[in-house]
Design a protein around this ligand. Sequence first.
Ligand code: ASP
Length: 306
Amino acid sequence: MNIAIVVHGGAWDIPPELQAEHVAGCRAAAETGWAVLTAGGPALDAVETAIRVMENHPVFDAGRGSHLNRDGEVELDAGMMDGRTLMAGAVAAVRRVANPISLARRVLHDSPHVFLVGAGAEAFAAAVGLPLCDPDDLIVERERGLWQARRAAGGEGRPAFGSADTVGAVALDAAGNLAVGNSTGGTFFKHPGRVGDTPLIGCGLYADNTVGAAACTGWGEQIMKTVLAKTVVDQIALLGDADVAAEVAISYFKRRVGGLGGVICISPAGQIGLAHSTPHMAHAYRTAEMPAVVAAIRRVSRKEEQ
Ligand code: ASP
């Protein structure tokens, strides 16, 4: 069985005091997804389950624990794609769904559309029987404190890219099907209604059984402009090596827009690729040859930093 899973927990300059929690969250997610794959489950299930673990973990900028927007509210985005059929589902700016990845999955399967936003997405959630939460349930003290400090410091100003604990997963199942998903609270202090790359097909995520699957994290405005996930997958098709494809895509991203971010990917043969331009990327993965999940904070090498 050529199964594989790789997850990310954001790419940025992760402070030392948060690194252990990032690694633990990524490990738990990858292990949960791996259990689905070894039981013969579909890649879509592995991706959704892994991402729910990270959405439920308050250290990540996804689900509960997400960054607050300029108005002090959590607005969540998520997307999923099925590499077998190219079916996709995405949601953005939802405020009352604790696990938006599951809502994206329902859009993928149960809606004639690909992308639903805001109140319409929440109405769809209610219609398909997904629970709606109180928006305040998604806010944790750490994030409220950061938001209050930013407000006290004047708040406004050009948005900059700082922390980015968005989560994502890519999986290959025993039937040879690839799937990908991403979930985020977006960037800190974003303009209400702002949507980044995370739920956008081709930008934050892409999956096609015939060429590969990729998920991105980092500064969404830059990732959107370089259609980064599709760029990674195109490079897998061209080069046949997932790790080199990830490096080539990140080096284009850096060169073309000064990109800050990271990518994870899997080739149709089950090879995993990882690359980032930020100081760190939280991640975990396992392939059929490995005895256990490896989870770590990946660091850019000195050579890459130059
Ligand atoms: N890409 C996300 C966004 O721009 C942020 C992240 O990856 O953490 O919304």
